[in-house]
Design a protein around this ligand. Sequence first.
Ligand code: ATP
Ligand code: MG
Length: 224
Amino acid sequence: MSHPSQENSSVPLREAAAAEARDALMKGRGADELVRVRGLVKHFPVEGSDDVVRAVDGVTFEILSGETLGLVGESGCGKSTVGRCLLRLIEPTAGEIEFEGRDVRALSKSELRSLRREMQIIFQDPYASLNPRMKVRDIVGEPLVIHGLKSKEEKRARVAELLKRVGLDPEYMNRYPHEFSGGQRQRIGIARALASFTRDRFILTRRRCSLLFRFLTRSASVTA
Ligand SMILES: Nc1ncnc2c1ncn2[C@@H]1O[C@H](COP(=O)(O)OP(=O)(O)OP(=O)(O)O)[C@@H](O)[C@H]1O
Ligand SMILES: [Mg+2]
C-alpha cells in the first residue's frame, strides 16, 4: 500500500483542506500530535518460497489529537496491517511509529500492555466464525462433505470454484484464516455459505457481478 496522498490528482486539494482543518484544530484546541508513522513497511513471508507479500510498503502519516484519519483502498491492500503494526499486534518489517512521542517499536512487553489500554483496535471481520486451525479448503469444503460429496478431487475442484466465485485465488485454499485480510475472510464465509447450497440453487447465483455487495444481495435473495 502506498500513502493515500500519492494516489490521484485531487490530492493537492485534499491536502490543502486537510492542512486547513489541522491548523484550525491546532489553533482551537492546542491539539498535539498523537500518532506519527514514518516509512512503515510490513512484508509477510510466503511459505515454501523466497517471495514476500508486500502488504504495506512505505506508509507515512501523522494523526493529531482529535483528528480522524481514514485509510481507503481495495480489499487486501494493507489497511488493517497498518493498524495491527501500530499496536504491534504484528511486528513491522521497517519504519518508525510514535505514540505521543514514544517510540512504539522500542517498548517492552509490559509497556506495550499499558499502551494497549490507550490504543485500541476494533476488528470488523468474522474471524471468530472461522476455525483458526482449519485450512480454507476444509472450512469451505465441510458443508460439501456434509451434503454427501465424497471424492477428494471433486471437493477440491468445487472449493476452487467457490473461491473463484467470491473473488479469491483458488490457491488460497491451503492457507489458514489468519493469513487473510478482513474482507477476504468475509468472502471465505460467503464461499462456505454457498457451499451449503445444492447445485441448482447455486446456479441461481451464477450471474456475473463484480461487487461483493451485489453478490451478497443476490445470495440473500437466493436463500429467501
Ligand atoms: N499473516 C499473514 N500472512 C500472509 N499474508 C497476510 C497475512 N495477513 C495479511 N496478509 C496479506 O496482506 C495483505 C493486506 O492485508 P490487510 O488485512 O491489511 O488488508 P485490508 O486492506 O485491511 O483489506 P480489507 O479491506 O479486506 O480488510 C492481503 O493481501 C493479505 O492477504
Ligand atoms: Mg481490513
